[in-house]
Design a protein around this ligand. Structure first.
Ligand SMILES: [Fe+2]
Ligand SMILES: [Fe+2]
Length: 306
């Protein structure tokens, strides 16, 4: 009799565990869906974004620079970032106005949004590693773009800086549940991309797409961010998308930062073909990435978002 009781009990436990699991999953899904509305940035950042988006013929760079410079922390971050050796204008930019003129509104906007996303996730487990991974990817993308001789090196680099922005938002908004996704990826030898899909039903590239659509980033930045794991789907910005995809792998292979998993995702053959890559070009790009990362560490630009 006792035996039957305990079987009944364990059956009940199993049933209630399943119900709790279902409720938990439904609640998690609701929280992931709620990320589409992302009302989380400080008012000042949203204002800067709006200002830089509004009719640019009516907004002089001077006024925009003035608005940004009202925030000394953001100003310092922008100047440290754009003066990093890998931007190719090292030490030459001394004001936000110069940054806007030399790099363009969208690249500076990308830096502001990415640094604000890092703020959102500050203190969360693994965010420091992710910040290094993002910075390293920006350095790698710039190195690759230079070796391949593509125009708009800064654009490729800004897209790479932001490519995993969806992870930052997931980490900041889901907290403990996202830690579990990272643990699962490590435990099961999965990519973080697979673990997100399995546990959350959505991956960080999709979240990245929601974000950049909401922020109205230009397609030249938005497409590489949204498709960095599926570059073969790119139609308009295949070159930049392929560069961001390869840069992500370059910085992982180099062992710099932490992307949230311990295994290398597959290299897309389509990205390799799009860039006409070969071993010699890759070797040159890795060497340049290494040199630029070393310089960035010496300049202490590495922790640009602290
Ligand atoms: Fe990613
Ligand atoms: Fe990444």
């Amino acid at each position: 009799m006792r035996g039957l009781d305990s079987i009944d009990q364990s059956g009940e436990n199993e049933a209630s565990r399943q119900i709790l699991d279902q409720i938990g999953r439904r609640m998690l899904k609701r929280r992931v869906d709620a990320l589409k509305n992302l009302p989380t940035f400080p008012e000042s950042v949203l204002r800067m974004n709006e200002m830089m988006l509004s009719d640019q013929s009516n907004q002089s760079f001077g006024q925009i620079a003035e608005a940004i410079e009202a925030d000394p922390v953001m100003t310092a971050r922008i100047l440290r970032m754009v003066n990093s050796a890998f931007y190719g204008v090292s030490g030459a930019i001394s004001s936000v106005y110069d940054a806007l003129v030399m790099l363009g509104l969208d690249v500076v906007r990308g830096i502001i949004l990415s640094s604000s996303s890092m703020d959102l996730a500050a203190g969360r487990q693994g965010v420091r590693g992710l910040r290094e991974h993002s910075f390293g990817a920006a350095v790698a993308a710039s190195a690759l773009a230079k070796v391949l001789g593509v125009s708009r090196v800064e654009e490729a680099s800004a897209a790479a800086l932001m490519h995993d922005i969806g992870k930052l938002v997931l980490a900041s908004q889901l907290g403990r549940e996202y830690d579990q996704v990272v643990s699962r990826a490590i435990r099961h030898d999965q990519t973080i991309y697979q673990a997100e899909s399995d546990m959350l039903g959505v991956s960080h590239d999709v979240i990245g797409k929601w974000l950049v659509t909401r922020w109205r980033l230009p397609a030249s930045l938005a497409e590489p961010i949204a498709l960095h794991h599926t570059p073969e789907k790119s139609r308009r910005y295949q070159e930049t998308t392929a560069i961001v995809h390869v840069a992500d792998l370059m910085v992982r292979g180099y062992g710099f930062g932490f992307a949230g998993d311990m295994i290398m995702p597959d290299l897309s053959q389509s990205a390799w073909r799009t860039l006409s890559l070969n071993a010699r070009k890759m070797e040159k790009a890795v060497k340049l990435m290494h040199d630029d990362l070393q310089k960035a560490m010496v300049q202490a630009n590495l922790y640009v978002f602290e």
